[in-house]
Design a protein around this ligand. Structure first.
Ligand SMILES: Nc1ncnc2c1ncn2[C@@H]1O[C@H](COP(=O)(O)OP(=O)(O)OP(=O)(O)O)[C@@H](O)[C@H]1O
Length: 549
């Protein structure tokens, strides 16, 4: 069981202390039951409980209270600690995994597992600790029951065997439903993302909005159905517990005094002890769906963790180590590089083989129709996609294995689906005056300021956000700049600034610039223009004219 393995990883010593406290609480709880039932029997015989009984009750209660409190507080601390480790571990693996792995797992599933399932685990663990205490209490109460009446003990065991059969039958259906619930919840998160991210599109088009709502409702209703079935399972378990409890109590209360000799007075002790035994069992059984869900959630988290492990990327440490070797490169040689998107249905899209040699201080434009493979080619060139064929050479040396991590450090890129951070992460020592001067240069003076290590706001137009991304790229000061249709949302002034001032400045500083563009007007800025079609290079033109087809 993943749950047990997960808890065990907390460390032996801590667990021993926690279990010792739980055992103590369980034993004290059982002692309370013994004291109370003994007193009940005395009262039935018209005797009064003595000072010892009072003292035993007080001490047992104090021990129970303190041990329980310490055990639960410790359990919560321990588990929150483990869950925090798990969250950090997952975020770390996610950060270091390859781009395609994250796409494959899906954002909805990742959010669901990291946020929701870890939260569910956090709620469930104290219940598990409680269940352990209940089991200790049950063990002691059973011994006491055996001592009071072996026949009642036997009846209890028979009732439990019946209960186990019922429990198994109910649970068999449940495992499958849990799998479905997890999948449906991930789909729900994707559907709600459509409503949140597509808010403009939905407000402009009532029919579309209704259709999206219909799709969302459908998923939500199916999820509801499944959740109700999980509740159904829970209710069935509670009712099974009640059935077993009342059947057994009925037999003991009605049958024992009349049919079994010497059981007239002892019934006053048997009934409460049986109530305790059955109470602990039914409580644990009623909570078991929570444990199953926690187990299932943990299994899903571990499965994703294994998937991330299997596609383990390159650590930042390795990347930094390898980066030095490339820093002063002169030439990047892409030798018949190719990449295929995994086929969802039918054949996946293939880009390549592409062969190109690019040098420092060069400006290269990738042009071509929509879907011709420009963005994919840029990602391949940056080393973000694993090559299906070919290789990348830097100054005649092949980039292999973890060296690709160092190679990626050559690039500063603004992709079409870029993400803008509100801080200049990794550039903590940057001079704020320099950042603000760049903000002014980008025409954002009245809009954004860089203070206390962060941009004052990011609620800007797409073109303005792209200008902020450009500032971050400038500050990174990498040898290769990659722009994927950066100018698409810029006004005439900034488009001109980008092509006629910014790119020539980069060139003059010895940077290699690779840009995907649809701006035919500015092709003259590039040293070479490469036309792509259907994932292949159709032609290359340099300043002198046609170079190859
Ligand atoms: N994540 C993806 N999964 C599967 N296929 C993809 C994915 N992204 C792109 N493709 C496929 O790759 C092809 C090339 O896409 P790419 O984004 O490289 O084109 P592009 O030339 O940059 O287009 P545009 O000018 O529209 O930005 C697309 O036609 C699409 O079929």
């Amino acid at each position: 069981m993943e749950l047990i393995a997960f808890i065990r990883a907390s460390g032996r010593r801590k667990l021993q202390v926690m279990f010792a406290l739980s055992l103590l609480a369980g034993v004290a709880n059982a002692a309370l039951v013994v004291v109370i039932t003994t007193v009940a029997e005395q009262v039935a015989r018209a005797e009064h409980p003595g000072l010892i009984a009072w003292a035993a009750f007080g001490v047992a209660f104090l021990v129970y209270y303190l041990a329980n409190q310490f055990a639960l507080v410790r359990a919560t601390t321990l588990i929150e600690d483990r869950l925090n480790e798990l969250r950090l571990e997952l975020a770390e693996k996610l950060r270091q995994s390859e781009l395609l792995t994250v796409d494959r797992i899906g954002r909805g599933r990742l959010y669901g597992l990291i946020a929701k399932e870890t939260n569910h685990l956090s709620v469930t663990f104290p219940l598990i600790m409680d269940a352990i205490q209940q089991m200790v209490l049950l063990a002691v109460a059973l011994l006491y029951l055996l001592y009071l009446s072996p026949l009642a003990f036997l009846c209890f065991l028979l009732a439990v065997v019946g209960g186990v059969y019922g429990y198994k039958a109910i649970n068999n259906r449940f495992g499958r439903i849990l799998g479905l619930v997890e999948k449906l919840q991930a789909q729900m998160l994707d559907a709600i993302a459509d409503i949140i991210h597509g808010s403009k599109e939905l407000r402009l088009n009532a029919r579309r909005s209704e259709a999206v709502a219909k799709a969302y409702r459908k998923r939500s209703n199916v999820l509801e159905l499944m959740l109700v079935r999980t509740i159904d399972h829970w209710v069935s378990l509670i009712l099974l517990g009640s059935l077993v409890t009342f059947a057994l109590l009925g037999v003991v209360a009605f049958g024992f005094p009349a049919l079994v000799s010497g059981h007239t007075i002892i019934v006053f002790q048997l009934v409460p002890v049986l109530l305790v035994c059955l109470g602990t069992l039914t409580k644990t059984v009623a909570q078991s769906p929570m444990f199953m869900r926690a187990e299932f959630g943990l299994q899903s988290i571990m499965a994703v963790e294994r998937e991330l492990d299997a596609s383990k990327g390159i650590s930042t440490h390795e990347a930094r180590q390898h980066a030095h070797a490339f820093r002063s490169f002169r030439e990047l040689d892409f030798r018949e590089i190719g990449f295929s998107y995994p086929a969802e249905q039918g054949a996946g899209y293939h880009v390549g083989p592409l062969s190109l040699t690019l040098s420092r201080g060069e400006v290269v434009f990738l042009v071509g129709g929509n879907g011709s493979g420009k963005s994919t080619a840029l990602r391949m060139m940056c080393g973000l996609y694993p090559l299906a064929s070919g290789r990348i050479d830097v100054d005649g040396h092949a980039v292999e294995g973890p060296a690709i991590g160092g190679y990626r450090e050559l690039f500063s890129a603004i992709f079409v689906d870029f993400h803008l951070f509100d801080r200049l992460y990794g550039l903590e020592r940057v001079d704020p005056d320099r950042v603000n001067a760049l903000i002014d240069e980008m025409g954002l003076a009245g809009k954004v300021r860089f203070t206390d290590g962060r941009f004052s706001q990011l609620h800007l137009s797409t073109g303005q956000r792209k200008r902020l991304a450009l500032i971050a790229a400038v500050l990174e000061d990498r040898p290769v700049y990659v722009f994927d249709e950066w100018s698409a949302e810029q006004d005439v002034h900034f488009r001109e600034y980008f092509y006629e001032t910014f790119i020539p400045k980069l060139k003059a500083a010895g940077k290699l610039v690779i840009a995907a563009t649809h701006d035919e007007r500015y092709w003259g800025v590039a040293d070479r223009v490469i036309k792509m079609d259907l994932g292949q290079i159709e032609w290359v033109k340099d300043q002198a004219g046609l170079e190859g087809q």
